[in-house]
Design a protein. Sequence first.
Length: 105
Amino acid sequence: MVIKEEVHSLLAKKQAGVMRMRDRQKRVHERMAKLVEERPEMITNAVTKVVQRLENSGAATREIYNEWYLILTTWPCERIALMLRDDSSSTEQLRACAPFDFATA
């Protein structure tokens, strides 16, 4: 039974790590959302970054950057911020590839 307890312990540690990672991601995306709301000019910087990535990306990443280009050039700031705060699985990949740069913030 010692092995079973060790497995449960390892699984619990792994789950705790996943929860910490998700909490961190949520904080990062909240910060991005606030920056978009407070400094809409960041969208222009993000569009530039997306265009550069589209020029240098392969087929695997092209779809996500095309989607970001469409979002950044057609959605209002408020909607972009709302999407960044949305922690549903449907926006997970978009948020993971968010083209906002904290260095310019």
